[in-house]
Design a protein around this ligand. Structure first.
Ligand SMILES: Nc1ncnc2c1ncn2[C@@H]1O[C@H](COP(=O)(O)OP(=O)(O)OP(=O)(O)O)[C@@H](O)[C@H]1O
Length: 538
């Protein structure tokens, strides 16, 4: 992806609401940085007078302006970092918020690794652009002008000769180095990406690689790509870093010193010192900025990824509220396609209250997709999901969450304690209530028990305990008993049936177990749209 330009990033509607609150701090930081630069230059001038007159008053003035420069520089840095922290926090919240509001299949295009990268690495890669770049640009505008002014004061028109090496070094640093960098940058970035990918593949796949005896191969991949990365970095140091540092030290410092000495040798010692100070000071802001330009390139790439994510369309939400009792739940003419492939077409069904509805159909037919649509987490192409005759997208997200408990097939249990997992769904339940629910599903574990040590069947029991505690009227479960044996399935189904009947809930459950079909009077069967042209229900 071609990174967006800086002006597109700053003016993008996703970024402006996050940048606006920190605008004031950034402006004050920019002004403080410029004044800090000027105060330091004045301190240099006082130093020249101190050398010339050797009086205490110039010593005090020199100290005063150096201290003033340091204080203003400190204020500038503090404000910029404070603003950047605020910016990073708001940006992370915006990203998390976006992840909660986009359709499920859009979110599934981002794996855990790329989501984590967006939230952590990409946000921190904007650090330089927010906390340093504005101040460095302002110093680059102000300090060279003042330095040149002082030089003209000492040398008149001849100052142009002493300025030349500084100007050339600055141009080399700000134009040539980024050009060379960019020319080789894509290859270098690719090598770095290969190495990170190899590392991620290795760490992510370590347990699977062990099963297939591929762990040595994965490690070898990582070793090769890190060797390649080292080779590329050494090449970059040879081609870019060394010539740049030679240019800066020889061209700027040595040439400036020589020219300044030749031109100003008739001046007194103090003025010669002034000439050298100010001609060296011309280039300092350019060096600082030049060093940061690398971060601007990576920052622009990170910002482009963030903007692309924040621009994804949200799920539709409304403001409607629902009554607490007597819910009806039905779908009307529901059709859904993914990547231009029709999954199901014109589905109609009324889900009865106080009963379990089972949802069946062969693998890949669209059962999980239908469940996501029923939960309001996916948008159908046409048709509606109605709760109490209100279309689901007219409800607010909070209202949907209040009335619907949706537990997808994967990722339903997070790696933490049993208590944490239960509190995710039922925040107000006491420990006694949690333990009661666990007891009903025959999961005899402590609330602090780590969930990564639970078996597949035990995780499903934990989910069912959560269902028993939930106050939601509509419960959507994706294969909740697939890891349980026949006896446990029958016991837990009986428990669920009672619970649903007693509390007049609507429970829809995907199953591949066809022996369960006769047990339930409400049954929605999805057939493949491609092979049969329509979906059926019983
Ligand atoms: N994020 C996605 N992007 C594109 N296609 C997808 C995505 N998720 C699922 N699909 C496709 O949509 C179709 C329906 O998938 P879905 O998971 O709803 O089927 P399912 O009936 O629940 O399958 P299973 O019983 O195997 O869990 C499948 O063919 C699947 O390949």
């Amino acid at each position: 992806m071609q990174p967006f330009s800086l002006s597109t990033i700053i003016n993008h509607p996703c970024f402006t609401p996050i940048l606006l609150p920190i605008r004031q701090k950034i402006i004050i930081s920019i002004i403080s940085a410029a004044f800090a630069g000027v105060a330091t230059l004045i301190a240099y001038q006082c130093l020249v007078y101190l050398v010339a007159e050797q009086s205490v008053i110039w010593l005090y003035r020199t100290m005063l302006f150096f201290i003033l420069g340091a204080i203003l520089g400190g204020i500038s840095l503090w404000l910029a970092h404070n603003a950047e922290n605020q910016f990073a926090k708001q940006l992370q919240l915006a990203l998390i918020n976006k992840a909660l509001h986009i359709p499920k299949h859009t979110l599934s295009k981002y794996n855990n690794h790329s989501l984590r990268r967006l939230l952590s690495e990409d946000v921190s890669e904007l650090h330089y652009m927010v906390a340093h770049l504005p101040a460095e640009l302002s110093v680059l505008c102000v300090v060279p002008i003042f330095s040149a002014g002082f030089l003209f004061y000492y040398l008149g028109a001849k100052a142009i000769w002493v300025l030349l090496p500084g100007i050339m070094a600055s141009l080399y640093y700000l134009w040539m180095v980024p050009y060379i960098n960019q020319r080789d940058g894509v290859g270098r970035m690719q090598t770095m990406k290969n190495m990170i990918d190899a590392l991620n593949d290795y760490t992510r796949g370590v347990s699977i690689n062990r099963i297939f005896g591929q762990d040595k191969g994965a490690l070898e991949n990582y070793r090769q790509s890190s060797d390649n990365f080292l080779y590329q970095m050494n090449l970059w140091i040879k081609k870019v870093v060394l010539p740049a540092s030679f240019a800066v030290s020889l061209l700027q410092a040595v040439a400036t010193f020589t020219i300044a000495y030749i031109i100003a040798k008739n001046l007194d010692m103090a003025s010669l010192l002034g000439v050298i100070f100010f001609s060296l000071a011309v280039v300092t802001p350019a060096l600082r900025l030049g060093h940061g330009l690398d971060y601007v390139i990576t920052g622009r790439t990170a910002a482009s990824r963030i903007i692309t994510f924040l621009s994804l369309p949200n799920l539709p939400y409304g403001e409607q509220l629902l009554p607490k009792v007597s819910l009806s739940f039905n779908i009307k003419n529901l059709s859904f396609s993914l990547e231009n492939r029709k999954i199901f077409h014109q589905l109609n069904y009324e889900f009865p209250r106080g009963e379990i509805t089972i949802l069946t159909g062969q693998s890949g037919v669209g059962k999980s997709s239908l469940l996501s649509i029923l939960a309001g987490q996916e948008v159908p192409n046409s048709g509606e999901v109605y709760i109490n005759k209100v279309a689901i997208y007219e409800l607010s997200q909070e209202e949907q969450k209040k009335h619907i408990l949706f537990i997808p097939q994967h990722h339903a249990v997070i790696a933490s304690s049993i208590r944490d997992n239960m509190h995710l769904f039922v925040q107000t339940a006491t420990d006694i209530q949690l333990l009661n629910a666990l007891q009903k599903v025959h999961l005899n574990k402590d609330l602090n028990f780590p969930t990564h040590q639970l078996s597949g069947g035990e995780k499903q029991r934990l989910i069912l305990a959560i269902v028993l505690l939930s106050t939601a009227q509509i419960i959507l479960l994706d294969e909740p008993m697939s890891a349980l044996d026949r006896q446990a399935t029958n016991e837990l189904l009986a428990l669920l049936e009672n619970f649903v009947k007693q509390h007049k809930k609507i429970l829809i459950m995907i199953t591949h177990d066809h022996s369960l079909i006769p047990k339930f009077s409400s049954h929605l069967h999805l057939s493949s749209y491609q092979s049969e042209g329509e979906n059926s229900h019983e």
